[in-house]
Design a protein around this ligand. Structure first.
Ligand SMILES: Nc1nc2c(c(=O)[nH]1)N[C@H]1C(S)=C(S)[C@@H](COP(=O)(O)O)O[C@H]1N2
Ligand SMILES: [Mo]
Length: 209
């Protein structure tokens, strides 16, 4: 074996060790940041953009882009896992922690599910309990820079413990619901929970799968 093969095999070995315990079943590591979504990438108009919360909240509220950016943020490093089988380690995100965000308007005890509403009507659903995890963000920076339009600018949810389709790009509203409301991919046959460690990829045999 030549020197380059040596280097290559050492790299692969490092990667294998690095992946141990961190790569959910059926996933492969990528260094890239693939772009995946249904439909076109929406534009952003600061004059009309807002983020709204509604449903089982004490107070319905809305934020302009400027108001939203004034909220305290936190930065975290986490792994992400896409249902199409790529995982990316050590991604760095900044955003408003969901758990802190809900304190601004208060939740009624009847709030059990969170439905993220995005541009063009994309939705995705999760139990409130899952959203209240410390690592769930309303994220607007990746790697220290504002999100690329394709990755959800200006705002997306980040839910690292679920497959990445649960991290909603181009977020415009959060609905707090007493009942579950399966979202876009969930209605198309993706699993309702989407836990990568349990390989909850697809569920019903929807018309797409
Ligand atoms: N609004 C919206 N958010 C979305 C999607 C979408 O189609 N529309 N696709 C989801 C899917 S299937 C994935 S894998 C991730 C991809 O995020 P990325 O393009 O930043 O990698 O976004 C998720 N969020
Ligand atoms: Mo996806």
């Amino acid at each position: 074996m030549g020197i380059f093969d040596d280097i290559l095999s050492r790299r692969r070995e490092e990667e294998r060790i690095k992946a141990e315990g961190r790569l959910p079943p059926g996933q492969s590591l990528t260094q890239k940041f693939p772009v995946l979504h249904y439909g076109p990438t929406p534009g952003f108009d600061e004059a009309t953009w807002d983020l709204r919360v509604f449903g089982e909240v004490e107070k319905e509220m809305r934020w302009t882009w400027q108001e939203f950016q004034a909220l305290p943020t936190k930065t975290l490093t986490t792994d992400i896992h896409c249902v199409t089988r790529w995982s990316k380690f050590d991604t760095v995100w900044e955003g408003v922690p969901f758990k802190e965000f809900v304190k601004l308007f208060g939740l009624k005890p009847t709030a059990k599910y969170v439905i993220a509403h995005c541009e063009y009507g994309y939705t995705t659903n999760l139990p409130l309990e899952v959203m209240m995890d410390d690592d769930v963000l309303l994220a607007y920076k990746f790697d220290g820079k504002y999100l690329e339009p394709d990755h959800g600018f200006p705002l997306r949810t980040l839910v690292p413990k679920r497959y990445f389709w649960k991290s909603a790009k181009w977020l415009r509203a959060l609905e707090f619901s007493p009942v579950d409301k399966p979202g876009f991919w969930e209605q198309a046959g993706y699993h309702n929970e989407g836990d990568p460690w349990k390989e909850e990829r697809y569920d019903r045999r929807g018309f797409l799968f």
